[in-house]
Ligand binder design. Structure first.
Ligand SMILES: *Cc1c(COP(=O)(O)O)cnc(C)c1O
Length: 409
């Protein structure tokens, strides 16, 4: 009975072309990765789907730092941070992040988490208590949305990028504490939130601005400090959340905010208090990752990313001009997340499957992750892609577009 109930649900998912399944990686994340297919055979795919934007996950320096960290600290942390899980490496990571963000957030301090998902839940639930009202951007990441569902605060949603609508909601609010919550770089679209305008509203209405910089940290700003550096923002109202599993090439996450905020989270954030701290070896290696992000290698890779982005965009725009009947469009993005919006679920999955047969992995993203009718290939670039890699993707897309145009005609 119980199993039948789930099987029926699974059939509904399948009928909508929404079934998700796992692939098994047989090597580390890199532009070319060994991946095991449904047929059990392993082959090399050219990957345009990792969020390891700077290519740091494959850096020998990080591997060595992990080994060194394991030699110092061994395996896991053994307990939550407040019990005994907070190592010297955890402290050094927090110190570095606090220092990096101090130009943007006065008296900045950092708290570490195992994942960005957890960090978002922690901030939104701890600050979003009975006295608060949350103003949540419509395209926010699932973890922020889940945070608002768990929070005791009232929640108001505003349309994507709609600063005027947000202003009206703030003006109408009588809540003692107001929290504006937004992704900095929207994960399925690659566009940036209008953070300066959001911060101006936060100042005007005495609100906090929680910024999720999962896709900006390491990538944006001259020193890779993310969207606050990119926009040159500074305020004690800013609360920055970021993950260290994407451009930083490892794992973990952080909240950086004014010392009073982090002190409060340390007392009140259940996801921080009741969860085992990350492995100290990972934290030890994060220090090497930070040195790379900040140094010449990071600078060169950020410059390379921008060139690859431009090359991809010119190529895809040419394709779209040649095949307008397909109704595809390229999302306006100035980040390594470059979505090609195709439309239907079955259509995008067929396109992704075709690319994969040709040795290129670009995931199809379907509702509910994106709006209905806006299924897309979420192309992500990595600084260690070559121009030839991008050209290979472009020619595969061009061939697919030509064939699909023929079918349509
Ligand atoms: C990936 C992501 C997260 C979650 O970070 P993890 O460390 O992977 O849990 C949070 N927010 C956004 C916008 C993301 O893209």
């Amino acid at each position: 009975m119980l199993l039948d109930h789930l099987s029926a649900k699974l059939r509904t998912i399948e009928a909508q072309s929404l079934t998700r399944f796992l692939r098994q990686a047989e090597s580390g994340t890199a532009p070319r990765q060994q991946v095991r297919g449904a047929d059990g055979r392993t082959r090399e795919l050219l990957m345009f789907c990792s969020n390891d934007y700077l290519g740091l996950a494959a850096e020998p320096a990080l591997r060595e730092a992990l080994i060194e960290g394991a030699q110092i600290y061994g395996g896991g942390s053994g307990a939550s941070p407040l019990i005994s899980g907070h190592s010297r490496a955890h402290e050094q990571v927090a110190e570095t992040l606090g220092r990096w963000l101090t130009p943007h957030i006065p008296e900045a301090r950092a708290l570490g988490f195992c994942t960005g998902y957890m960090a978002n839940l922690a901030v939104v639930t701890a600050l979003g208590d009975e006295e608060a009202e949350i103003f949540s951007e419509a395209w926010n990441h699932a973890s922020l949305i889940d945070g608002t569902r768990l929070a005791r605060a009232q929640v108001k949603r505003y349309a994507h990028g709609d600063v005027a609508a947000l202003r009206e909601l703030l003006a109408a609010s009588t809540a003692k504490v107001k929290l504006i919550v937004s992704d900095a770089v929207f994960s399925m679209d690659g566009d940036l939130a209008p953070l300066p305008a959001l911060l101006a509203l936060a100042e005007e209405f005495d609100a906090w601005l929680i910024v999720d910089d999962a896709h900006g940290f390491g990538v944006l700003g001259e020193h890779g400090r993310g969207s606050l550096e990119h926009f040159g923002l500074r305020s004690e109202r800013l609360i920055l959340v970021g993950t260290l599993g994407k451009a930083a090439g490892l794992a973990g996450a952080f909240v950086v905010a004014h010392a009073t905020v982090t002190q409060y989270l340390l007392q009140a954030a259940r996801n921080y208090i009741f969860s085992t701290a990350s492995p100290p070896a990972v934290e030890h290696a994060l220090l090497s990752s930070f040195a790379l992000i900040e140094g010449d290698l990071g600078k060169a890779r950020r410059a390379n990313l921008r060139q690859l982005q431009a090359r991809l965009r010119v190529g895809v725009e040419g394709l779209l001009a040649r095949h307008p009947a397909l109704g595809w469009r390229l999302a306006p993005s100035d980040t390594p997340v470059q979505p090609l919006i195709v439309g239907g679920n079955a259509e995008v999955m067929a396109l992704a499957a075709r690319l994969e047969r040709e040795g290129i992995r670009v995931p199809g993203i379907r509702p509910p992750t994106v709006p209905k009718g806006e299924a897309r290939l979420r192309i992500t670039l990595c600084a260690t892609h070559s121009e030839a890699d991008v050209d290979q993707l472009l020619s595969a897309l061009n061939a697919a577009a030509a064939d699909m145009d023929k079918v349509a005609a």
